[in-house]
Design a protein around this ligand. Structure first.
Ligand code: HT7
Ligand code: ZN
Length: 876
């Protein structure tokens, strides 16, 4: 397919001001009548053909200004409708298309999920409903009439506010009319029709508007909506308080569906969610699920301003709404929970998902310049790195100027489809800082490496830091320019005090943030009264790979004393990572793994330190994952050696500090009834992290505790934690626990996903065969994206040693599965194939197998555009 390029952007030749949709639903034959009010743009030559987008459409009627069009007046194909010579003045086009919702397995456009009709239009799904200018800069006011059999779909929902509803006389059908007064692009259109239960509440905005809040779920799930509703109300209040943004309709509806390609969708006034991000009961959802629901509910709600009121001019600007909205949801969660813990969790996610993307063949800038399939650009780079760019901006200009810039952005661009340039201009104006160099963060792919060397001169009371930044070439970007990097710095003195320099030269500063702009930059801190240990990149102030010359003793000092909790965590991780890389090299030579006494002492101190919050201690104790270690090694990776090293390392710690682990495990026991609040979740996180050590240590009594923990658990967090350890450490109680869990949850699909996942990620040679078997389990369905992600996705992306098997069988299995899935759901298949993104970093034998699997797919002639795009970029 021909690529789409940013530089080819042109404003639309015609405008659509209003859209009236009349949707008559039936499972195999739904009729959609669209009445569009159109007008030629002032700079479009009269007589210019009007070309509307379509995708797999069947046109069943067409008229212009009430006149049925003759054959020569238009041309039509499933993907295109052209009106050859439209009127020069305003005109009305009426289009009827006939759809088959049941046959729509791509889950884009109008489809049925468990009997519920629903839509997904981002990015280009509206063109699967009717012919349209399906691009985000075409903003129109929508009125939607939905009609269905009462028995089949008693609930009929659309965007905006309800206008009217009632029976269709003389039939078993009824209708509802919805009107959305806010002009919006087609990707924000939605409708839902089904037999759903409703949980309701209300919210009064700071502007005095009473908003009806409804969450629609399948019958029987009404009791699992409390957390989602509570999260919604907290999100609404937070956006008023922190960003001054109030809700702007009389209704806010959320619908949970079980077949959904992504997490959720921010359709105006009618958010549609993957049920995974709505439903939660202590019995079926983990603390992580609760936190995920809070984040995703907030994220979609925040889109109402950053995405809906102000939208993207074109899909290259996707980060304008996604990066900014992720930043907003991260800030929200940080305010709801522990800020330090949230920051660590976000950085872990960034490093595990975005850094590998940036380091491999799928690397792309936060704002790409070219795509074949936009669905493949809903990536960690656009979302998570996009959020980091907004955070850096705040760091560089300070909190006040940031808020002023956001206010200006909302004031100036409300109701528009805009660009990154327009966004940055608001902050440049608000702060007076030139953001020209900063804008490279949107343009240049790759993770900058930032090397820092330090020299301390005692007599002069001076510390000199030399920063060297490097950005490696990435696909289609051979030469890189230096970036504007915010580096937040503190100087820790030996007696636990922050040292304050009398002066800083060599860099502009904003508070404690250094502006690093040149390839080599020397910064001098003078007037120091003692030897400082520099705490660099506090709070992970920029998404870079930091390589400092701090030694193990300095890092362990920071791990124990840094005033910045993020850097305490990071310092310990850094020492652990160095040790794990050395252990991996040793494991490849069959050497035994040892852990230095200083590191053991640091772990012991952490486990026992009651002055720190439990959630933070849990994070400090969690070792970097196998994929993280592989990423740091970077080339010729042997995943078996990584696995062996990490396993031995964990066992050594478990054995060396067994009594401390056991004592803290007991102390974290909560007698109170389950509550998903952050404090209780933190205690469970620490206890379950310690359980992982107990299960992987050599002491049989410790191992046995895991089984007891499983049997005694009264909530999913504890039950699933124990099941994971039993399965991954292959402990004696494993099979009984898996069977008991299956028995308990066989009718709860979201809980069965955990059962699939835990088995798919077991680091044992029999896992591939087990995954193959499980594809035939009655609870598995290749048509449901959650099931596919839980089993095959988890195997491909969450099981380093088995997906990357030395015999290549893991690659072949995933490639074959994705090949079949591609015929049904190309978006899901392409996403699955992104597990191959780091194949070039493997040792030669595995690399050859991975390449063969990719080449076999590339040779297929009927791959979807989605799949071909990923496979070919992987091979570049
Ligand atoms: N903005 C939404 C993206 C989305 C999506 C994209 C492609 C295909 C299906 C999709 N479902 C949702 C979700 C979000 O980021 O808020
Ligand atoms: Zn989003």
């Amino acid at each position: 397919s021909a690529p789409v390029r940013l530089e080819d952007y042109r404003a639309p030749a015609y405008r659509i001001s209003t859209v009236h949709l009349d949707i008559r639903l039936a499972p195999r034959s739904a009729k959609v009548r669209a009445r569009l009010a159109l007008e030629r743009a002032s700079d479009t030559a009269p007589g210019t053909p009007l070309v509307l987008d379509g995708d797999d459409l069947r046109l069943t009627a067409l008229s212009l200004d009430g006149r049925v069009l003759a054959d020569g007046d238009y041309t039509v194909a499933p993907d295109r409708l052209e009106i050859v010579s439209p009127p020069t003045g305003p005109f009305t086009l009426e289009i009827e298309t006939t759809l088959d919702p049941d046959a729509n397995t791509k889950l884009m456009g109008l489809y049925r999920s468990n009997g519920t009709y629903c839509t997904q239009c981002e990015a280009e799904g509206f063109r699967r409903i009717t012919y349209f200018l399906d691009r985000p800069d075409c903003l129109a006011v929508y009125t939607t009439r939905i009609e269905a059999r009462v028995g089949e779909a008693p609930v009929l929902l659309g965007n905006g506010n309800p206008v009217e509803s009632g029976p269709v006389p003389g039939t078993d059908r009824h209708y509802a009319i919805w009107h959305d007064p806010h002009p919006k692009p087609a990707y924000l259109f939605a409708m839902v029709a089904g037999d759903l239960a409703c949980v309701s509440d209300s919210f009064r905005t700071c502007e005095g508007r009473d908003v009806a809040l409804n969450i629609y779920v399948e019958h029987g799930n009404e009791g699992a909506c409390d957390w989602a509703m509570d999260s919604l109300k907290r999100s609404m209040r937070w956006d008023e308080e922190v960003f001054g943004r109030a809700y702007d309709l009389d209704v806010f509806n959320i619908v949970a569906v079980s077949d959904f390609n992504m997490g959720a969708m921010e359709n105006k006034g009618l958010n549609i969610f993957n049920d995974k991000y709505v439903l939660a009961r202590p019995e079926t959802a983990t603390d992580q699920d609760y936190a995920g629901i809070e984040t995703v509910i907030a994220h979609e709600y925040f889109h109402n301003w950053t995405g809906n009121r102000i939208t993207c001019r074109d899909w290259f600007q996707l980060c304008l709404k996604e990066g900014l909205t992720v930043f907003r949801d991260q800030e929200f969660s940080a305010d709801m929970r522990s800020r330090a813990v949230k920051r660590i969790a976000d950085v872990r996610l960034l490093k595990s998902h975005q850094f590998p993307e940036d380091a491999g063949p799928l690397a792309h800038p936060v704002r790409p310049r070219l795509y074949h399939e936009i669905n493949n650009f809903y990536t960690a780079t656009v979302y998570e790195k996009g959020a980091e760019v907004v955070r850096m901006l705040k760091c560089l200009i300070g909190d006040e100027a940031f808020r002023a810039g956001m206010d200006l952005y909302f004031r100036r661009h409300d109701g528009e489809a805009t660009t990154i340039e327009a966004f940055l201009a608001c902050f440049q104006e608000a702060s007076g800082l030139d953001l020209g160099q900063f804008s490279l963060w949107y343009e240049q792919a790759g993770t900058p490496v930032l090397k820092v060397d330090s020299v301390y001169e005692k007599e002069a009371g001076r510390l000199t830091l030399t920063f060297r930044q490097q950005l490696a070439p990435s696909p289609k970007q051979p030469d890189k320019k230096p970036m504007h990097i915010p580096v937040r710095v503190g100087l820790m003195g030996e007696n636990d005090e922050e040292l304050a320099p009398a002066a800083i030269t060599g860099a502009d500063t904003t508070g404690d943030v250094l502006h690093i702009r040149t390839p080599v930059q020397t910064v001098v801190f003078s007037g120091l009264t003692g030897r400082p240990v520099p705490s660099l990149l506090r709070g992970f102030s920029a998404p870079v790979s930091l390589k400092s010359d701090l030694n193990e003793s300095d890092l362990l000092f920071l791990a124990a004393h840094d005033k910045d909790p993020f850097n305490r965590w990071e310092a310990l991780q850094s020492v652990v990572m160095t040790a794990l890389i050395a252990a991996t090299a040793g494991a490849a030579r069959q050497e035994a793994v040892t852990v230095s006494p200083a590191l053991i002492a640091a772990f012991a101190a952490n486990v026992a330190d009651d002055s720190l919050e439990p959630a933070f201690r849990a994070l400090c104790l969690q070792l970097p994952g196998e994929a993280d270690i592989a990423r740091e090694i970077g080339h010729d990776v042997d995943p078996d050696a990584v696995h062996a090293a990490r396993t031995a390392f964990r066992r050594a710690i478990a054995d060396d500090i067994a009594p401390t682990i056991r004592a803290t495990y007991e102390a974290m026991r909560d007698e109170a009834e389950f509550s998903p609040d952050a404090r209780s979740a933190g205690r469970r996180a620490l206890r379950n992290t310690l359980l992982d050590y107990l299960g992987h240590g050599s002491d049989p009594a410790g191992n046995l505790l895991v089984q007891t923990h499983f049997e005694a658990s009264d909530n999913m967090t504890d039950r699933f934690a124990a099941l994971s350890v039993l399965t991954h450490a292959a402990l004696p109680g494993r099979d009984a626990a898996l069977a008991a869990y299956e028995e308990r949850y066989r009718a709860v699909p979201l809980a069965m996903d955990k059962w699939f996942m835990v088995q798919a990620t077991a680091p044992t040679a029999s896992t591939l065969e087990r995954v193959r078997q499980l594809t035939g389990h009655p609870a598995f369905s290749a048509g449901n994206p959650n099931r596919v992600r839980a089993l095959i996705g988890a195997f491909a992306s969450g099981n380093q040693s088995q997906f990357n098997r030395a015999d290549g069988a893991g690659f072949d299995f995933v490639a074959d599965f994705a090949r079949d899935l591609d015929r049904r759901n190309p978006q899901a298949a392409a996403r699955m194939m992104s597990a191959f993104r780091s194949w070039r970093a493997l040792e030669p034998g595995r690399r050859a197998h991975a390449e063969a699997a990719l080449r076999r797919l590339a040779a297929e002639t009927d791959l979807s555009v989605d799949m071909r795009d990923i496979v070919e970029r992987c091979l570049q």
